[in-house]
Design a protein around this ligand. Structure first.
Ligand code: 26Q
Length: 754
């Protein structure tokens, strides 16, 4: 048997001690490639194709080493040569091929599929630049390209290509394959498509580029959009490249396994991740037509093969395309879409359920629900709202199609990889079974009363906070006190997620501290968030937080008690450092608006307590841990929906009626903020809050201040009690493993082979 040191030295061609981090990284890449190739299994029966415009996979080296069982050996071999795996990780660029939750969910699902030994591949796009790199200057967000490809990428070029016609012109989609390793499981594939002609040199002035040269720009960028920028032509081009090449790949693979196309549903299950890949439905029908299958039969085959997941209830995020756009980009699909529209109109005369509406807009979600066999929401409350209001017409028409699949996260990355010290403590108490079966974390429960154990968990958290403090100082030159309470809100910047509510709280605290009402414990309030480049108010909120951070830091009365830190360029790598160091997890969306959330699950798993509204999966977290182990506040979704329906919400009433609120909102354009920030941005945000406040920040302000105050005082006054709550959260996190989610998708929707 070769030792790991010998293996690596052989791959590099010299002793480890003399090797650079780059050389070691490449050797590890080689090692992972060969080990993962050995875990590829033949497919029998149904295979899943998870088709998604986003796969936010994050760095892959450590994840792959853990899943292949190589991590400990590699770490020890490197340590013996005076090297550290975390230095080697720095060499790897992060593939940020997603905007946020939806893309990260896709990555977690691939990990769970491979771990559960299920045949399930991803289909997506090989963007040359992932989500933009964010930097701050003058309190404003700047966007830069974020390259991740180099000649040593995880995604390997193949000689498999498919012809794709865009706006009547022929293009060639090339397939790249990225190995997805399972934890003690099989290796599946993430299939990413690209054009050979894409030209990175056309990018200029940050993330600007010529929008017209499709052959040069098609897969240059992930759309930096979390639903607020109007959809554009280029997005349709991207989507069609993905679904057309993807559909051809699926048909070719199934045919190679003996499928005669009539029986496609016995060979393939296709999961459509939100509406971005919806054109796969008409494209498959079109391709089956080319194989000689009649329209009606093709519709049935596709319906039996495909299933659709909805990830949002925000109306503006539901994709509808003007028919003229589709006429231009995908004229070959229009006859199919028209026939589908006619077929749907035969099933119902409710015009609200049409695929093509009276304004000639094409509703992608409507096509999905009519012509797939399953529509699911991503948390219990979300699915309930879909059934009862947003998609109620469809639910009445097809009650049997609707089902819930509460999201989950992979514990390999979000526990084993990011919090090894916590894993060690857990393992010493309940053995290693939880690594494979997350439900075994419940075995921790009896230790909730064991002060020694709680003390050890407390030490792990303290060490993780120190590590985050060091990282913040090292990467952005910010010093924080690791003994303060760490309060974190990290997620995309969006009004419905209500970073502005947290902002108003911080201003309120600033006044309270200045008035001598010091809090129970010093608080470090940490944010991580990117705003879509065209989302003005989101950027104003970033500006207000950055400005407030300066104002507070400059105030000798307040600074010892309160610090605001905005982490630049929040991404998966940053999340892995921040989450294990968190005490209080902010999940404060307006009830009914966050479909699920998955950050909430990651924080809980790493021993943070949630301060949250009854929204998305927060509801299920509170059911798991019990009300005494979570800090819930604010309006319920029922109250919110009622208030919207009544249409009588007037933020000015709240502003006038609550002196604390008024003081906080006025402060945005007070002399302290104007001295440190920009009037245009601050005044715009203030005006928005006073006159619109579409996401009802003001009605929840008081409840938020009170509940957060309670959390701070519990943390400060009853440290053991706090730690007990944390342990209960960890022990109840098993339900939120994506292994559970995937097992449910499989038994209810996919029925995969092996
Ligand atoms: C739509 C139209 C035009 C251009 C872009 C878009 C677009 C792009 C990205 C719409 C939506 C997204 C991303 C949505 C998303 O991340 N949703 C999140 O999905 C998570 C996984 O299910 C949930 O946990 C979150 O609650 C949900 O917000």
């Amino acid at each position: 048997m070769q030792t790991m040191t010998e293996t690596l030295q052989k791959l590099i061609g010299k002793p480890l001690v003399e090797s650079t981090d780059q050389e070691i990284y490449l050797a590890l890449l080689d090692l992972v490639h060969s080990k993962s190739a050995a875990q590829v299994r033949p497919v029998n029966g149904r295979k899943l194709y998870y088709i998604s415009a986003e796969f936010l996979i994050g760095k892959l080296l450590s994840n792959n080493l853990i899943n292949l069982g190589l991590y400990d050996d590699v770490r020890d071999a490197l340590a013996a040569a005076g090297k550290s795996l975390s230095d080697i990780e720095e060499v790897e660029p992060e593939p940020s091929l997603g905007n946020g939750g939806l893309g990260r969910l896709a990555a977690c699902f691939l990990d769970s599929l491979a771990t559960l030994n299920l045949p399930g591949d991803g289909i997506g796009l090989r963007y040359h630049f992932g989500l933009f790199h964010q930097s701050f200057a003058d309190g404003l967000q700047n966007e830069l390209p974020d390259p991740w490809l180099n000649e040593h990428s995880w995604a390997e070029k193949t000689d498999i290509t498919y012809p794709v016609t865009l706006a009547g012109k022929p293009y060639t989609a090339r397939l790249y394959k990225l190995a997805v390793t399972g934890y003690e499981g099989r290796t599946n594939t993430l299939n990413l498509f690209d054009l050979d002609t894409v030209d990175e040199s056309i990018v200029h002035d940050g993330i600007q580029f010529d929008k017209t040269a499709i052959d040069k720009n098609l897969t240059l960028f992930l759309y930096p959009d979390d639903s607020d920028e109007a959809g554009r032509m280029l997005r349709i081009y991207q989507q069609y490249l993905m679904v057309s090449a993807g559909a051809q790949l699926i048909l070719a693979e199934c045919a190679a396994r003996g499928c005669n196309y009539h029986d496609l549903a016995d060979y393939a299950a296709i999961q459509i991740n939100d509406t971005h890949p919806s054109m796969v439905i008409p494209e498959l029908i079109r391709l089956l037509g080319e194989k000689g299958i009649e329209f009606d039969e093709a519709v049935k085959i596709v319906t039996d093969t495909c299933a659709y997941t909805n990830h949002t209830i925000l109306a503006e995020a539901l994709e509808t395309w003007p028919r003229s756009y589709l006429d231009k980009v995908v004229p070959q699909l229009m006859p199919v879409i028209e026939k589908l529209d006619a077929a749907a109109k035969k099933r119902t005369n409710d015009t609200g359920l049409a695929i093509i509406d009276a304004d000639d807009r094409v509703h992608m979600a409507h096509m999905d629900i009519h012509f797939t066999h399953s529509t699911n929401g991503v948390a219990a409350l979300h699915t309930k709202i879909l059934k009862e209001s947003e998609l109620n017409g469809f639910y009445k028409l097809y009650p049997e199609k609707f089902n819930n699949k509460t999201n989950g996260i992979t514990f390999r990355r979000w526990l084993l990889e990011c919090d090894p010290a916590l894993v060690k403590e857990i393992e010493s108490l309940i053995g290693p079974g939880f690594r494979k079966d997350a439900a075994e974390l419940e075995k921790l429960l009896p230790y909730a009363e064991d002060a020694n154990v709680l003390q050890k968990f407390s030490q792990v958290k303290a060490d993780n906070k120190k590590a985050l403090a060091d990282w913040l100082e090292h990467t952005q030159g910010v010093k924080v006190d690791p003994t303060a309470m760490f309060d974190i809100q990290s997620k995309r910047l969006h009004e419905y997620k209500r970073q502005q509510l947290n902002l108003l709280y911080l201003i309120h605290q600033y006044f309270e501290i200045r008035a001598g009402h010091t809090p129970a414990v010093p608080l470090v309030s940490i944010f991580g968030a990117k705003a879509a480049p065209a989302y003005i108010i989101a950027k104003d909120i970033i500006h207000a937080l950055l400005t407030l951070s300066k104002v507070i830091a400059a105030d000798p009365l307040v600074a010892p008690w309160l610090q605001v830190v905005f982490v630049e360029n929040y991404n998966v790598t940053a999340a892995e450092k921040m989450i294990p160091a968190c005490d209080l997890s902010e999940q404060i969306s307006l009830a009914s608006k966050e479909a699920s959330g998955t950050g909430n699950m990651k924080f809980m798993l790493n021993g943070a307590l949630t301060l949250g509204t009854m929204d998305g999966a927060n509801v299920e977290i509170s059911q798991q841990v019990g009300n005494e182990n979570i800090y819930i506040f604010g309006q319920t979704s029922g109250q919110v929906i009622h208030r919207y329906a009544a249409g009588d919400y007037n933020p000015a009433d709240w502003y006038e009626g609550d002196p604390n609120l008024r003081r906080a909102i006025d402060f945005l354009t007070g002399p302290e903020m104007l001295a440190a920030g920009k009037e245009e941005n601050l005044a715009r945000l203030q005006h928005e809050l006073k006159t619109k406040d579409w996401f009802q920040t003001l009605p929840d302000f008081n409840a938020y201040v009170v509940r957060k105050g309670q959390a701070l005082s519990d943390y400060a006054c009853d440290p053991l009690g706090w730690r007990r709550k944390c342990l209960i959260n960890i022990s109840k996190a098993g339900f939120f493993s994506s292994d559970r989610t995937i097992a449910e998708y499989n038994s209810d929707i996919w029925h995969l082979g092996e």
